[in-house]
Write a protein that binds this ligand. Structure first.
Ligand code: GLU
Length: 444
């Protein structure tokens, strides 16, 4: 089946999964030329086998809240592809989680992980449980209940989960603790663990830092320095925080942060001191970003995203489809020069088309946010050899990986007029690696 037919057939088979279809369509459109040069792929029905997950676990999680009420949530693990390494990908706890979202994330993860050059397959898991407003004990009981089912499907050489939206060090700690108790083994079955029990230095920073390293490589292709550039950052979780931190270190000026209620705009720039407040607000107090505006007396806009503000660079670091066509047009009209995605699939297809038509430096999340999972891969290596590497060592490896991903995007994505199509480059590089591995391993 050729690429177009596969998309049509998937649309018929999974009509209620728009995010999954969106992610698949983007990849298949951009690999079409390369795919057509390999008739052996078509004979092996490779695309269909690569688009449909290997298996999906769907289960109910029951837990008891602080009032003694029994709660239920839906929970999942999508094991998408294992051709180049054990299944690997985060866990998302958010009220919006459904199968379409986890299937898109697991699909994207497969190509992203291939791009890192490390041996990791693709997976994603999660639940419609929302940690927001829950007590520590409730979060712990939920994590333990989720692991009661999940533990039998994961393992250091099978499937290695980590964090994502709603799952940070606290949740990973509770899940890892329950895993080790149930499996009666101490192995690196989760990444993003605490430093005391096998976590890697730089893992919390890695997604945000990596995105800024990638951005610097993009800017360098046009001889632009990041110093002094005004930046719009969305989100206020782990990715957004460490994106700001690296921007500040390199002399750029982050102006905004957001959450699902609204965004703050700090015309003086978010400094390291203000960022420390944000880290405490989000990780310890578990408050809302509005409180930043109250503390520092700057603008807060309820119910909106920051894309209408004027700046040089945008780093969407919140969630999928957070930049639509109208937002993208506003960014272009305001003279934005680069968009580096820290979140997974934050731009809609309409937005991407607008960025590319304007010939912006635009990187898809699967390339520029791959530093997070890459450092998870480094955590797996450290766990296997029962050693831990220094921050400098991990950071140097992260920089090398991001530079390599950038080089691959340039290699596979440069168009005849010299414009680097990072979407095409990332998709072709990721696809070819997984496709070759699958071909070599036969029809299974
Ligand atoms: N959730 C992150 C991602 O989207 C990290 C996954 C991992 O470290 O396994 O890539």
């Amino acid at each position: 089946m050729n690429a177009k037919n596969v998309v049509e057939s998937l649309k018929k088979r999974f009509p209620n999964e728009p995010e999954y279809l969106q992610a698949v369509q983007e990849v298949l459109e951009s690999i079409e030329d390369v795919y057509n040069q390999h008739p052996e792929f078509e004979k092996a029905n490779l695309i269909e086998r690569l688009c449909i997950p290997d298996r999906i676990f769907t289960f109910r999680v029951s837990w008891v809240d602080d009032k003694g009420n029994v709660q239920t949530n839906m929970a999942y693990r999508v094991q998408h592809n294992m051709a180049i390494g054990p299944y690997k990908g985060g866990i998302r706890f958010h009220s919006s989680v459904n199968l379409s979202i986890l299937k898109f994330l697991a699909f994207e993860q497969t190509f992203k992980n291939a791009l890192t050059t490390l041996p990791m397959g693709g997976a994603k898991g999660g639940s419609d449980f929302s940690p927001r407003g829950k007590s520590n004990n409730e979060v712990m009981r939920f994590c333990q209940a989720y692991l009661l089912e999940l533990w039998r499907h994961i393992g250091p050489d099978t499937d290695v989960p980590a964090g994502d939206i709603g799952v940070g060090a606290r949740e990973v700690g509770y899940m890892f603790g329950m895993y080790r108790k149930l499996a009666h083994e101490f192995t690196g079955t989760f990444t993003g663990k605490g430093l005391e029990f096998g976590g890697s230095l730089i893992r919390p920073e890695a997604t945000g830092y990596g995105n800024v390293y990638f951005l610097c490589s993009m800017l360098a292709t046009r001889g632009i320095d990041i110093k002094g550039k005004k930046c719009l950052v969305s989100g206020s979780g782990n990715v957004a925080q460490y994106t700001c931190e690296k921007l500040i270190q390199l002399g750029a000026i982050p102006l905004t942060l957001s959450d699902s209620n609204g965004y703050i705009y700090d015309p003086d720039g978010i400094t390291q001191e203000k960022l420390e407040y944000v880290k405490d607000l989000k990780q310890v107090q578990r408050g809302r970003i509005r409180e930043y505006a109250e503390k520092y007396g700057c603008k807060y806009v309820e119910g909106a995203r920051p894309w209408g503000e004027k700046a040089d660079i945008a780093l969407p670091s919140a969630t999928q489809n957070e930049i639509n066509g109208a937002d993208a047009q506003k960014l272009v009209d305001n003279g934005i020069i680069a968009v580096a995605e820290g979140a997974n699939m934050p731009s809609t297809p309409e937005a991407i088309a607008i960025f590319q038509k304007a010939k912006l430096l635009y990187s898809p999340g699967k390339a520029s946010n791959a530093g997070g999972v890459a450092t998870s891969g480094l955590e797996m290596s450290q766990n296997s050899e029962r050693l831990s590497w220094s921050s400098e060592e991990v950071d140097a490896k992260l920089k090398g990986i991001m530079a390599n991903i950038h080089a691959n995007c340039v290699k596979y994505g440069t168009e005849p007029d010299g414009y680097i199509n990072y979407v095409k480059g990332a998709n072709i590089a990721g696809f070819m690696k997984v496709a070759k591995a699958m071909m070599a391993q036969g029809i299974i």
